[in-house]
Write a protein of this length. Structure first.
Length: 349
């Protein structure tokens, strides 16, 4: 791959990651209002047609650099620690401060946004098992698994089982995606066409969004949970894949390729991802949403979410919160080495 294209690819995916975390924050911020403000409902549905598939896609792209060896093990341990820390934190705050009803608090059921951490671990493990297969076979098998999991007679939220397999094809696609394609495919004409497609999809969400059960866009429920346990339910999932692929391709075409300020912000999106839920929860228990009932106040909410995303991407936030967001795992490696040494001594006696 051309070195210049490689750098462009790196910049491109960092820019993509920042734009997606803005969408994540905005989507979660407006969720309490979507059923009483049609404009926000359309925006919400439009965001959910692409933002989760693309976040998984970008995660797969960056995973190619650290899947194997000590760096791969280190990252997986760090993800596991992040999950334990934030699953505990959000659950304690829910029970003591936020008083949110209807949430099952268990380490086996990822708390809302934390499904991504649990699924990320499984995506890495699954793709390591498939590493000797040709990329097209990996993509085909992962797509079939994403369709088949819907027929399972289980609660799809346990271990993030449903989302793990539903979004597995996007992780695989990102893992094998070449940055050269970004430069070759997304010409100026394609970008203008993509803008039109995105506008059409947003308009469609405004007109027909109420007829699309958002549970299909979440990917967290099986067909029986969605009320569609029929033999052809897998075709509906396949149709949802087609919609997400179309919406994702259109959004990808709008992402800047050059290095800019958002490129640096894109390096710290993990901080936004894990911290923004606290802000949204505090907003939900405050009187804030009672005052939002006009287009201007709704636009102010969206803008505030975007600005808070930028704030949480700042280096100062990383310095303050890095021990929790990126917990050190060296001590776990030390414990493992010590255990092996002691175990080896015992075995020689």
């Amino acid at each position: 791959m051309n070195r210049l294209n490689a750098w462009k690819g790196e910049y491109y995916f960092l820019n993509l990651r920042f734009l997606l975390i803005v969408c994540v924050f905005v989507g979660n911020a407006i969720e309490p209002l979507v059923y009483r403000m049609p404009g926000l409902h359309a925006l919400y549905v439009w965001i959910f047609t692409f933002h989760m598939p693309l976040f998984v896609f970008a995660t797969g792209y960056f995973a190619r650099h650290n899947r194997f060896g000590e760096s791969g093990r280190r990252l997986m341990l760090q993800i596991a620690l992040q999950y334990v820390i934030f699953q505990s934190l959000y659950s304690v705050l829910d029970l003591t401060l936020f008083k949110v009803a209807g949430i099952h608090h268990s380490f086996f059921v990822p708390y809302l946004l934390l499904w991504f951490l649990a699924s990320h671990l499984f995506w890495r493990l699954i793709t390591i098992l498939m590493r000797k297969w040709p990329p097209l076979l990996q993509l085909a098998v992962s797509t079939l698994l994403g369709i088949a999991i819907g027929y399972a007679n289980v609660d799809g939220t346990w271990f993030s089982l449903s989302r793990t397999f539903v979004y597995l094809p996007f992780f695989v696609a990102g893992l094998h995606f070449s940055a050269d394609l970004v430069v070759k495919i997304f010409t100026s004409k394609i970008r203008y066409a993509a803008l039109s497609v995105s506008a059409v999809l947003l308009a469609a969400a405004a007109v027909w969004g109420n007829h699309l059960p958002v549970g299909w866009l979440y990917g967290s429920m099986t067909y029986s949970q969605l009320g569609q346990y029929t033999w052809y339910a897998g075709l509906l999932r396949l149709g949802m894949y087609a919609l997400q692929l179309c919406a994702s391709a259109a959004f990808l075409s709008l992402v800047p390729m050059r290095e800019c300020r958002m490129t640096d912000w894109g390096r710290r999106t993990l901080y936004v991802f894990l911290l923004h839920g606290l802000i949204v929860r505090f907003a939900a228990v405050s009187p804030l949403y009672a005052y939002i009932h006009t287009p201007l106040s709704a636009a102010s909410l969206v803008l505030s979410a975007a600005l808070l995303t930028v704030l949480l991407c700042q280096p100062a936030i990383r310095r303050i919160t890095s021990p929790v967001i990126e917990p050190p795992v060296e001590w776990l490696f030390s414990l493992t080495r010590r255990f092996r040494t002691v175990h080896g001594v015992r075995m020689t006696k």
